[in-house]
Design a protein around this ligand. Structure first.
Ligand code: HEC
Length: 486
């Protein structure tokens, strides 16, 4: 019976601990007031034994529930020990203060006064210390200092440590994954507490896993408990982090998933990783602009686009958004409502030629004729989707001249191996989706051999774009992941 109730009663500890603190502060306030001449006749002192008695009782309650909670073994033993010692001393001090307060109402003299003052001051010091150790247990030892401005906490601020990033010396796990776990998970899965018998603060611990065994399946983020728990709806009691605790950002989660999908190696360096363009903003967030062979699109600075031109494009039902907060580069996307968008409408994009970095005209009526006029102007084009359009190899010729191009989606078009060859001089080309086209495996291999980091995808529909959008697009992918997660 007790073993069943123990975790339940233990849960009340974090709630109960606020009561003695409140009563003690009330006692302090009454004590001060009783010294104000106006209140001398009111007899506030006669209240003190009662208030301090309540402090003592609730302290006892906190000690009992805290003790039950500590049995779970999830917390750091040394820290729990200190918290308990201070809690017990607090109980003694408050009890003494209560007895002395009662004694003071009975007898005049220096002895009760001195006992009272000593016990009271001790109680104030002890309640602060006990509270601090308790806070460290639940929020981690750095909870007081983590948001402290750098000059006070003595930490170097993040911006001063940023320098040019060398991809061959940058460990993916250490720089892109561990900071997320440290910030969002380690308070409960680290040295102070091992919730679910899981620690996430070292490679060995992560490999070991928790109560349910391994939390990572190298090569498959969607099969990994670590990721599945994050994708559970927040209302699920197994969701991580638990409701009310700050969750990792969308970008942080995409980096975590990507690292696991890449094999979850703790020694992987950035230069050897397959970086898809959609991850770059998330990476740049952590590392600053990353040089992966040529200037990254994010380091490109352009004048802001003409607001009237942007409005004109929006009037054609296209979505126009900054590529990243604060950037003048644009993402222009044709939603299903813009199916009728065609070559004549393409002219509206011309005034924004320098700003367009991501152009998605999938499923629209555009053709080679219109694109051959527009594309050569899009010098900052980084990512383009022309899937399900009437384009042919002719459109690939101007694309092959756009030096910043990294990602090309040609799904369900009539492009061929000969057309694909036009892309083989692109220095930053990473991914080409050529599913349901005339492109053959031999043609794909030829391009991959010529453009070293390029991957030609012939077998699967284009992956949903993640990491850059505000979440709408992601919602559907998340929903499928959630259903699979336990
Ligand atoms: C506020 C505390 C808290 C935070 C923060 C937290 N967890 Fe947990 N976690 C728990 C508790 C409690 C359990 C055990 C109960 C359960 O399985 O749901 C747990 C269990 C787990 C488990 C299951 C372990 C097993 O082997 O059964 C995984 C995986 C996990 N957490 C991952 C994470 C990740 C990833 C993060 C950070 C994004 C995180 N947790 C943040 C409290 C926390």
């Amino acid at each position: 019976m007790l073993t069943e109730l123990q975790p339940f009663i233990g849960r009340f500890h974090p709630l109960l601990v606020h009561l003695p603190i409140g009563f003690l502060l009330l006692a302090g306030a009454l004590e001060l007031l009783s010294r104000v001449p106006r209140f001398e006749g009111v007899g506030l002192r006669r209240l003190m034994p009662t208030v301090l008695g309540l402090t003592a009782l609730t302290t006892l309650g906190a000690i009992v529930t805290g003790n039950l909670l500590s049995w779970s073994g999830e917390y750091d033993a040394a820290l729990v020990g200190r918290h308990q010692q201070w809690g017990l001393m607090l109980g003694v001090a408050v009890t003494l203060a209560c007895v002395a307060a009662w004694w003071r109402t009975r007898a005049e003299g220096a002895a009760p006064d001195r006992l009272y003052a000593g016990a009271f001051v001790a109680a104030l010091v002890l309640v602060a210390g006990t509270g601090h150790f308790g806070g460290s247990l639940t929020h981690g030892e750095t909870y007081l200092t983590e948001h402290m401005p750098a000059p006070f906490s003595g930490r170097a601020s993040a911006s001063t440590t940023r320098g040019p990033v060398d991809p061959s010396a940058t460990l993916v796990f250490k720089t892109l994954v561990a900071p997320t776990l440290d910030a969002r998970c380690v308070t409960c899965h680290g040295p102070a507490r091992q919730a679910g018998k899981l620690r996430l603060d070292s490679p060995e611990a992560i490999r070991t896993g928790g109560e349910s065994g391994a939390v990572i399946v190298p090569g498959s983020a969607s099969a990994s408990l670590l990721v599945r728990r994050i994708f559970l709806p927040t209302s699920d009691k197994k969701a991580m982090p638990p409701r009310g605790h700050p969750a990792p950002s969308h970008a942080e989660v995409s980096l975590l998933r990507w690292w696991i999908d890449q094999g979850a190696s703790f020694d992987l360096v950035l230069a050897d990783a397959q970086v898809t363009p959609d991850l770059e903003p998330a990476m740049a967030d952590r590392l600053g602009p990353v040089d992966l062979g040529a200037p990254s699109i994010l380091s490109v600075r352009v004048q802001p686009g003409d607001p009237a031109a942007i409005e004109a494009v929006k009037a054609l039902k296209l979505r126009v958004e900054p590529l990243q907060a604060g950037s003048s580069l644009l993402m222009v996307q044709a939603p299903p409502a813009a199916r009728a968008f065609d070559d004549t409408a393409l002219k509206a994009l011309e005034p924004l030629s320098a700003q367009i970095a991501w152009l998605d005209l999938g499923g629209t009526q555009v053709t080679d004729a219109g694109l051959s006029l527009l594309l050569p102007r899009l010098v900052n084009l980084w990512k383009v989707s022309l899937d399900r359009t009437a384009i042919t190899d002719r459109t690939l010729l101007p694309l092959g001249k756009l030096q910043r191009l990294e990602s090309v989606n040609l799904y369900a078009t009539s492009v061929t191996d000969a057309g694909l060859k036009a892309l083989d001089g692109l220095p930053r080309l990473r991914s080409v989706f050529a599913w349901q086209t005339q492109v053959t495996p031999a043609g794909a291999d030829a391009l991959q051999a010529a453009a070293k980091k390029a991957r030609v995808n012939l077998g699967a529909p284009p992956a949903p774009i993640t990491g850059m959008t505000t979440g709408d697009d992601q919602a559907s992918t998340d929903a499928t992941t959630k259903k699979k997660a336990d």
